[in-house]
Design a protein around this ligand. Structure first.
Ligand code: SAM
Length: 260
């Protein structure tokens, strides 16, 4: 099918089925394949207007669904909507109040107003995606799922690895209902790993034990950070490289202090 015909096809299908946006089918397709949203899940949708994803999320989960957008969203039965900027820190409180607990899934289809300047549009898209990841980091329950749209460009792989650092599994995906010519990709994170440290954090740590592999181990709030090349008693500056289920791996950045 030509891209144009495909676009018209999904547009008509959305109208016929009562969805507010063609993007509703993208979420349906993604969810069929990855099962990010399940029955009963609490779902947060960032950049949710006009509400196609909200309609689909509500159908699948039947649970609490909250949508945020700069634009007002026409009411949807059983869905709470917030008119706010997802990049503004104060929006987090509005979201946590509306959720009334942790979210099982955070989805984000937010897109900047396109300027036509490719580099700028990509940078703005990455900014929105980073905000979505930040919000997800605050509201997701451990094991929760994440889906975010990103325009491809230079910073795409960096962003993917940021997501990878916070989930057991992360991947990019381009669904069939996306227009062929568009550069939009979706990044999927499954199994949120809640940890007191984040990838990129630099911390002063003391090595308190040695792991099976022989790596030094430091603890942050009961969370193990493995630091290769260190020994018990070392105090080192550590940059967190990755987060796995239940532990982090960091790199020592300072020469280790040798015992006298
Ligand atoms: C492609 S639309 C979302 C479509 C939606 N998934 C649906 O199915 O109806 C992108 C939305 O992102 C919103 N958006 C862009 N920047 C935002 C921001 N900083 N905060 C909140 N929403 C934002 C826009 O207002 C727009 O409604």
């Amino acid at each position: 099918m030509m891209a144009r015909e495909r676009k018209d096809y999904f547009y008509r299908k959305a109208k016929a089925e009562g969805y507010r946006a063609r993007s509703a089918f993208k979420l349906q397709q993604i969810n069929k394949r990855f099962r990010l949203i399940r029955r009963g899940d609490a779902v947060l949708d960032l950049g949710a207007a006009p509400g196609g994803w909200l309609q689909v999320a509500k159908e699948i989960s039947g649970g609490r669904v909250v949508g945020v957008d700069l634009q007002a969203i026409e009411p949807i039965d059983g869905v709470t909507t917030i008119k706010a900027d997802i990049t503004a820190p104060e929006t987090l409180e509005l979201i946590t109040d509306a959720l009334g607990g942790k979210a099982d899934v955070v989805i984000c289809d937010a897109a900047p107003n396109l300027s036509g300047n490719w580099t700028l549009d990509h940078a703005r898209s990455i900014d929105l995606s980073r905000s979505a990841l930040r919000v997800a980091g605050e509201v997701l329950r451990p094991g929760g799922n994440f889906l975010v749209k990103v325009f491809q460009g230079d910073a795409f792989l960096d962003y993917l690895s940021e997501v990878r650092g916070n989930f057991r599994r992360a991947q990019s995906h381009s669904p069939a209902a996306s227009r062929k010519e568009s550069a939009e990709m979706y990044v999927i994170g499954q199994g949120f790993v809640s940890s007191p440290v984040k990838v990129g954090d630099v911390l002063e740590l003391e090595i308190v034990s040695v792991g099976k592999s022989g790596d030094g181990v430091a603890e942050v709030e009961g969370f193990n950070v493995f630091v290769p090349g260190t020994a018990v008693g070392d105090r080192v500056q550590v940059r967190i490289r990755s987060i796995r289920s239940g532990h982090a791996v960091g790199a020592a950045e300072m020469p280790r202090a040798e015992p006298e």
